[in-house]
Design a protein around this ligand. Structure first.
Ligand SMILES: Cc1cc2nc3c(=O)[nH]c(=O)nc-3n(C[C@H](O)[C@H](O)[C@H](O)COP(=O)(O)OP(=O)(O)OC[C@H]3O[C@@H](n4cnc5c(N)ncnc54)[C@H](O)[C@@H]3O)c2cc1C
Length: 492
């Protein structure tokens, strides 16, 4: 019998992972990618002897990547190597306090106690609560489809319901952390994890405090060769499984006949497939690829997550005070988040994240130099004047970093490139340039993401950061697993 055919629209992390899984299930898979390179938001920039990762810089749960190699009978370490970071982050406050976070709850609690007087026991309690939240929600929300009734009648779901108070869904991260710590510095440090999925700690449920458990207790990892290695190696793995890639191939339409997806049109050419998986943003999938079909407007119109401005700076000097991951926290976080989420503007003294991968991998910068990835959270794109905002933010960022590092930085910038929400929208089709799909600010956000399948069109599936279970590399990989699992069940 001839193999069934599947088309994947988009070679983002979710698209690559689903292509590998479908190939393993016996499908003949073709991936259509509008860009000339794979990875979507996981992209790379090389400029004047410097190499930068343009998207993610922090990887948690690398075992989900290992799993793809193991599924194909390969040794992950032969293609994809990583090491656990310890310490993880260096936080800089405007009053000169510096906190370096070790990858171990006990040592972290000791560091916070010595720098802020918050008792060790409180930090350990926080991390323990974060662990419980993760254990209660991970099997229910992250590992399977939320859109199948039968998934609500099992042990993990009932355990979650019976322990619902521990999930802290009805208070915000900021409120829960204020109540526990009574210390502005520690509250701000743990609230800043909200930015990992583009949400606002003053609105997002305290459930999201679980993010710190993934990073601190389970680990943050450095990928040898940089984050783009993930995209490159997953593409190579997919190719070894027989997946065909069509780069520079923008899909313009998904074809539907009699309530079933039957193919697509890419670069003006029509091609038939037995099923389609869209890894493109779900908004773009409905509005651009299925313009004649009714769309789930309530889901599509929900508030979007924040976006980012990133400055890529080649620096002709080394800065020993900086670590691989550095966070220069805003002196006024409440005003910063209100600006982003309520007023649609970037504050004048924002939190600045500086990632310097050449600290771990010296080949990423010429000798005596460093590659700075300087990122600020900003609102998603609603037509703001980004040219002016980028210039204003650049001066504000330099003013802050000059003051904190005690020297004039501008003369050391030898080359520069900027990424803003318009670029993210154009390069990856993300609605409004949001980095993390729909916002996670509401209590019910987890339930209101688009499912991994279409209930209107048979044979049409979705995976990636704009659909269930959400954004960030680990969740996109889980999204692909859930989608491939659903397809496998239909085929069985
Ligand atoms: C600056 C930045 C920092 C980040 N930091 C982190 C981090 O530290 N850790 C972390 O885990 N995550 C981070 N993320 C988020 C993470 O990168 C994303 O959640 C994840 O990569 C999204 O993957 P995806 O599968 O949704 O696909 P995407 O990356 O969104 O890619 C979708 C692909 O589909 C293609 N496409 C769209 N429409 C079409 C079409 N019509 N035809 C053909 N192709 C199409 C696009 O070109 C694109 O390549 C960051 C993102 C950014 C931008």
């Amino acid at each position: 019998m001839e193999a069934r055919t599947a088309a994947v629209i988009g070679a983002g992390i979710g698209g690559l992972a689903v292509a590998i899984r479908l190939a393993r299930q016996g499908f003949r898979v073709t991936v259509f990618e509008a860009n000339d390179t794979p990875g979507g938001k996981v992209a790379e920039l090389c400029m004047d002897g410097f190499r930068f990762d343009m998207g993610p810089s922090i990887l948690t749960m690398p075992q989900y990547i290992d799993e793809l190699f193991q599924l194909c009978g390969e040794q992950p370490q032969q293609h994809f190597r990583y090491r656990r970071l310890d310490p993880i982050f260096r936080y800089f406050y405007t009053d000169g306090t510096e906190i370096t976070t070790p990858a171990d709850p006990q040592r972290l609690a000791a560091e916070l106690e010595s720098k802020t007087t918050v008792p060790k026991a409180k930090v350990l309690e926080f991390l323990n609560r974060s662990r419980i939240k993760m254990e209660l929600t991970d099997p229910v929300f992250l590992q399977r489809s939320l859109h199948q009734w039968k998934n609500y009648f099992d042990r993990p779901t009932w355990r979650g319901i019976l322990n619902f108070a521990k999930v802290e869904a009805f208070t915000t991260m900021a409120k829960a952390n204020a109540l526990l710590f009574h210390n502005a510095k520690v509250e701000q440090l743990f609230n800043s994890y909200a930015s990992y999925n583009g949400s606002d700690p003053y609105q997002a449920p305290a459930t999201l405090n679980l993010i710190s458990h993934y990073e601190i207790t389970l680990g943050a990892f450095y990928i040898e060769g940089g984050m783009f290695t993930i995209a490159r190696e997953l593409t190579a793995l997919a190719q070894r499984q027989g997946v065909q890639f069509r780069f520079g191939s923008r899909v313009g339409r998904i074809l539907v006949n009699d309530g079933r997806a039957t193919g697509l049109v890419a670069n003006g050419i029509r091609q038939d497939f037995d099923l389609i998986v869209s890894n493109a943003d779900v908004n773009a999938t409905y509005r651009q690829l299925l313009p004649d079909r009714s769309s789930p407007s309530v889901t599509l119109n929900r508030e979007k997550s924040s976006s980012v401005i990133v400055f890529f700076w080649g620096m002709k000097k080394e800065f020993p005070r900086l670590h691989l991951h550095n966070m220069f926290l805003s002196p006024d976080p409440k005003t910063e988040y209100e600006g982003i989420f309520k007023q649609g503007r970037v504050c004048d003294d924002p939190t600045v994240y500086v990632h310097v991968s050449s600290k771990e991998h010296s080949a990423d910068a010429p000798s005596g130099c460093e590659n700075w990835f300087v990122m600020v959270s900003v609102p998603h794109n609603t037509g703001q004047d980004w040219d002016t905002t980028v210039q204003r933010t650049r001066s504000n960022v330099l003013r802050r970093l000059n003051a904190q590092l005690g020297e004039e930085l501008e003369p050391y910038i030898t080359c520069e490139k900027v990424l803003d929400p318009r670029d993210i929208e154009t390069r990856t089709s993300s609605a409004m340039g949001a980095v993390f799909g729909n916002s996670s600010n509401g209590i019910f956000s987890a339930f209101l993401r688009h499912p991994n399948f279409s209930s209107q069109i048979k044979g049409l599936y979705f995976c990636g950061g704009s659909v269930h279970p959400g954004s960030g590399i680990p969740l996109c990989l889980l999204s692909a697993k859930i989608t491939a699992g659903l397809i496998g069940k239909v085929q069985a």
